[in-house]
Design a protein around this ligand. Structure first.
Ligand SMILES: *Cc1c(COP(=O)(O)O)cnc(C)c1O
Length: 406
């Protein structure tokens, strides 16, 4: 991982000294016991939702189910409260600089959600139609963002099915991109990649090849990365944030998936690009006043979850679960490369109805909004993981494809 070392010269705004936090802890504790019934009084911090991740402990539906933590609340209590829209909040400014530095870009802009980050970035990257955005046909901003790029940018979305069935390559991009400008054409102005995509990793070499080609076009094609889960690719050892940063003109990163912050995403890019993106954020209604309330816990999320290696530990559980599934005769739709396991229920000889019903009996939350997918995150407990393994054994026992469990 590429962790920047700081000198006293370039040190960013740091969280308050522990002594200051001790006072805030006592304050949180007091708040925590307020309004609760007498039975709970005095339990203080453990009484707060912020100190409980139980609800997420057996929840495999997504990594967005992760609960914000007490240190994040403490960061909110001690944040500065300057105006984010007017760039007057030190916590937000130093956080934006911090993330820009992590990916090696000049500047960054805090936004409210990943969808807003992608849409603000695309709007900032594009001029007037006709223009098109090339993306994988499974991309979040094609299937899960309400068609935003079409309504906000008037852009044609060019959806490409990767020839290798896994990730887009330069060949796919050359074949489906439009670099001519006849009156019939809708030129490709943005190439939008996603990493990880459905839990799979786009290799650094492919990102580099596409980027090199895009930048050699006239005019250069803007490279945007939907890096909502780029943290996972880095945690898996596939690349560093800065190597990826070098391939893109803009990157969107989410703090609320595996990192577990309460709110927020960020876009990074050149200073000129971020200046334009501020207009897009404004028109989308995403400018916030006391933005330190968003930035402070997001900073804790990066430090406590990403930098401390918790994503890797969750990915390890995902790998062990998918190995067991296959060992028991189960089939996968996609390889397990990061924190997602894609079960192929049909090929595994299982009826979805029975599968989901049985999962509930093992006290496991699996299913909606995306069926067949199990998502691992750092709040999945060892206990829930053990129950998942027991469930796999039970559900595959009677399946016609089971070869090892009779
Ligand atoms: C979650 C996600 C987003 C959008 O984030 P929201 O905060 O839910 O709007 C965008 N892209 C990808 C790949 C995501 O996983």
């Amino acid at each position: 991982m590429d962790v920047q070392t700081y000198t006293s010269e370039n040190r960013p705004y740091l969280p308050p000294h522990p002594a200051a936090l001790a006072g805030s802890k006592a304050e949180i504790s007091r708040l925590g016991s307020m309004g609760s019934d007498t039975q709970h009084q005095g339990q203080g911090l453990s009484n707060l939702a912020w100190s409980q991740s139980n609800d997420a402990s057996n929840d495999f539906r997504s990594d967005f189910v992760t609960k914000p933590t007490l240190p994040m609340l403490e960061a909110i209590i001690t944040t500065s409260l300057g105006d984010g829209d007017m760039d007057e909040d030190p916590t937000t400014n130093s956080f934006q600089d911090h993330v820009a530095d992590l990916v090696g870009h000049e500047a960054a802009l805090l936004v409210v959600s990943g969808t807003m980050g992608n849409q603000a970035a695309l709007r900032a990257a594009l001029g007037a139609p006709p223009h098109s955005i090339l993306a994988d046909h499974r991309a979040h901003n094609i299937i899960l963002e309400g068609g935003g790029a079409s309504s906000l940018c008037g852009a044609l979305m060019k959806m490409v099915v990767p020839a290798n069935g896994h990730h887009l390559t330069l060949d796919d991009v050359k074949k489906h991109g439009t670099t001519t400008e006849s009156i019939y054409d809708c030129p490709t102005r943005v190439i939008c990649l996603e990493n990880t995509l459905w839990g799979t990793i786009m290799p650094l070499s492919d990102m580099r090849a596409i980027s090199h080609w895009a930048r050699a076009q006239n005019p250069p094609i803007h490279m945007h990365l939907d890096g909502a889960r780029l943290w996972e690719a880095v945690a898996a050892g596939a690349c560093t944030l800065r190597e990826v940063g070098g391939c893109f003109d803009s990157i969107q990163l989410c703090f609320t998936k595996g990192l577990g912050a309460p709110i927020g995403s960020i876009i990074t890019g050149s200073s000129a690009f971020i200046k334009r993106a501020k207009w897009s954020r404004k028109l989308l209604g995403g400018s916030t006043r006391a933005s330190g309330v968003i930035a402070a816990p997001a900073r804790v999320a990066i430090a406590d979850v990403f930098l401390s290696g918790k994503l890797t530990a969750a990915q390890d559980k995902a790998k062990r679960a998918s190995a067991l599934w296959e060992q028991l005769g189960g089939k996968l739709q996609y390889p397990t490369e990061t924190n997602m396991v894609w079960l192929d229920l049909e090929a595994s000889g299982l009826s979805p109805d029975e599968f989901y019903l049985m999962a509930r009996k093992f006290d496991l939350k699996i299913g909606e909004p995306i069926f067949g997918r199990l998502v691992f995150h750092y709040q999945i407990t060892d206990n829930a993981f053990t129950r998942l393994c027991t469930f796999f054994r039970a559900v595959l026992k009677n399946s016609r494809s089971c070869t090892t469990c009779n």
